[in-house]
Design a protein around this ligand. Structure first.
Ligand SMILES: NC(=O)C1=CN([C@@H]2O[C@H](COP(=O)(O)OP(=O)(O)OC[C@H]3O[C@@H](n4cnc5c(N)ncnc54)[C@H](OP(=O)(O)O)[C@@H]3O)[C@@H](O)[C@H]2O)C=CC1
Ligand SMILES: CC(=O)N[C@@H](CCC(=O)OP(=O)(O)O)C(=O)O
Length: 387
């Protein structure tokens, strides 16, 4: 987070990309060395808290607004004691109500929206996007472009259908050019990030068949958010593992949308999420059918080519043990392994992320960096926490 004096200006900051349809971009009037003013809506939730942890180390971000619902009026240190110490804490504003839009948008260049699904679309529709405000939405409200599909999976009419069509889907490595000029980025879901990073390059190059893709994924309980629910109580989660949303999880259409666009025709997948007795992490084990003439080596080489210049996506060499959640914990990394299945004609991909970092707040900051013309890895250099 920015406490003056600010570090020297990154070269790329001189040419901040213009958002689409922007009438008066806020940052063009600011000095190039000015901090990027950030509002976090839903700061008292897990993804909001993770944004705070990341932005505390971001040299250009200045947090000007934090909002909450039940916790409005409190300091963030009263909600999360870890944020009550030191210089960082003394610069943080008190949590205010999200609904006071006029008041807080005047103090923001970028808004991170960490609110529950369905609540988000009304809030975002009321924001002055035409005035240059840039938004990264962490909820699912703007991820599905098809209005009918949204209705089918989330229920209710979408309240901002134009923005739903306009929003750019923000897996940064795969859609960087669109993210750069977007007014509204739909930050992907955690499971969809873990599945699409390995699958999309393979489907673009048609190295795997579009049929019979099976995604078996396991998540830590922070994925369910901080609001109390029976399903995430200690006794329900500890000492066991459970499948949930079997054959009907709302991330299925999100994954299918990305894979279908990559392949050029509709793809259906079998996707089963599981809840694990751990706080963070996603491990996705993905079973695919190889296109004629391909093997695990062909797939690995394709992924290594696709991600060779990327800071956060790492494709393991042959023979290395598959990634574990503890290898990415607290980092913005996605680590991928590719192996030949014992069954001829099939391969197995193992993909690992931290659900609240690359699966949510880390990717959101990565998108903000791209949108604001900052170095993409700024604030995201954290190494994984192990043990
Ligand atoms: N957790 C994860 O791993 C991921 C989550 N997401 C998505 O990001 C969003 C935030 O998730 P997460 O942080 O886990 O959720 P939490 O439940 O932990 O936090 C929700 C936040 O929204 C606020 N809030 C709740 N109801 C309302 C309301 N009616 N109006 C305004 N604010 C409200 C809460 O305030 P208060 O606490 O004060 O009531 C809290 O700050 C969700 O849409 C989620 O699906 C996306 C990817 C991964
Ligand atoms: C463990 C757990 O409950 N996970 C959440 C997914 C969290 C996430 O990435 O995404 P959304 O933004 O789409 O909520 C779930 O299954 O609904």
């Amino acid at each position: 987070m920015a406490f003056l004096p600010l570090p020297s200006l990154p070269r790329s900051f001189a040419a901040i990309p213009r958002p689409q349809k922007c009438r008066s971009p806020r940052m063009t009037t600011a000095s190039p060395s000015a901090p990027v003013k950030v509002a976090i809506l839903g700061a008292s939730g897990y993804t909001g808290a993770e944004l705070l942890r990341i932005l505390a180390q971001h040299p250009r971000a200045q947090i000007t607004t934090l909002t909450a619902e039940r916790s409005a009026g409190k300091t963030i240190g009263q909600v999360y004691p870890q944020f009550s110490y030191g210089l960082f804490a003394s610069h943080l504003p008190v949590l205010e109500k999200t609904t006071d839009v006029q008041k807080w948008t005047e103090r923001a260049d970028v808004v991170f929206c960490c609110l529950p699904h369905a609540t988000t679309q009304n809030i975002i529709a009321s924001l002055p996007l035409d005035d240059g405000l840039r938004v990264v939405d962490l909820s699912a409200d703007f991820r599905l472009r098809d209005v009918e599909q949204y209705h089918q999976w989330y229920g209710g009419e979408h309240q901002a259908q134009q923005l739903q069509k306009e929003a750019v889907y923000g897996i940064t490595e795969l859609f960087r050019d669109q993210v750069r000029t977007a007014r509204l980025v739909a930050n992907p879901g955690c499971y969809p990030t873990s599945a699409q990073l390995p699958l999309i390059p393979l489907l673009r190059e048609k190295l795997i068949l579009p049929q019979d893709i099976i995604i078996d994924a396991k998540s830590g309980t922070s994925g369910a958010g901080r609001s109390p629910k029976v399903g995430t109580l200690f006794c329900e989660v500890a000492d066991g593992i459970s499948a949930y949303g079997v054959a009907r999880h709302r991330h299925t259409p999100e994954i299918e949308q990305g894979l279908s666009e990559a392949y050029g025709s509709p793809i259906r997948v079998s996707f089963t999420p599981h809840l694990m007795p751990m706080s963070r992490g996603i491990l996705a084990t993905i079973y695919v059918k190889l296109a004629p003439g391909c093997d695990a080596k062909t797939l690995r080489q394709c992924l290594q080519r696709a991600y060779q210049s990327e800071h956060f996506v790492h494709v393991l060499d042959e023979g290395l043990p598959p990634p574990q959640t503890r290898h990415v914990r607290g980092s913005n990394n996605c680590v991928i392994a590719v192996v030949d299945d014992a069954v001829p004609g099939r391969a197995i991909l193992v993909s690992c992320i931290d659900n609240v970092v690359k699966g949510a707040s880390g990717q959101a900051v990565q998108n903000m960096n791209v949108m604001m013309g900052l170095p993409e890895s700024m604030g995201l250099e954290n190494q994984p926490m192990f043990p």
